[in-house]
Design a protein around this ligand. Sequence first.
Ligand code: R5P
Length: 291
Amino acid sequence: MKSLVFALPGNEALAKNIATTIQADLGEAVIRQFPDGETYVRVLSEVKNRKTIMVCTLANPDEKLLPLYFLSKTLKSLGADCTCLVAPYLAYMRQDKVFNPGEGISSEYFASLISGFADALITIDPHLHRRHSMSEIYSIPCQVIHASHLISAYISEHISNPLLIGPDSESEQWVSEVAKKADAPFIVLQKKRLGDKDVKVTVPQVEKFKNHTPVLVDDIISTARTMIETVNHLKEAGMKAPVCIGVHGVFAGDAYQDLKNCGIAKVVTCNSIPHFTNEIDITKLIIKYIG
Ligand code: R5P
């Protein structure tokens, strides 16, 4: 029996692409809000004994979690064989330790919520920093897909004489991999986060790279403060206008505009979160692991 692919609101294009490529059916469901803000879910497709795939990228996760939970539970109640969650961007990975007294470890709590209703998870470059594998916090099978070779290919094709720059030690895993595949030099800077929108970055000697095009690579661009702070230092050091590449462009609030305004050449993201900066298509990567 063919699998069924359900799109959570905003994920229709990716869901359709997945369904067409793996020759699955597109699932039909009504997912909407009641006037009082509560979530209504009704599944219209026949799901009994069928494998179901729920496609939902998890930027702004709080508003997405309940529709996802209700859909998964409803599918199961109607006899679906299993519910697999495809979340190209996986949220709540950064609070992976207690930073201040009184906090909890929300990455663990979120993982346990998702593991409680989905049977499997497929995601792209989750922010695994202090945790080295998804199985440390998720109790369901997780497939982690890396976008590094697509980013390397983009750089090789579009940017001449690149110098890859990771804004902090956490980005080293991504930037080193991308640099290796793009056959380009890379440096990693030191970052100190002082608050949600306050980061300090130190830049090492970059004089010998003055003729290179700086390419900032990070997994997430959220407030863009990390990128902006780095760009400002590169400008002070007399470097060319950089290209900023994020795997996941979350762009909280005015982040995109703020980044554009600080004198960069370009912002490029993968389409793990729909945004007009999406120039790197991760659809085929996902399909490869589902198919
Ligand atoms: C954290 O270490 C991540 O790798 C990113 O550097 C971070 O999430 C970027 O956040 P923002 O855009 O808010 O500075």
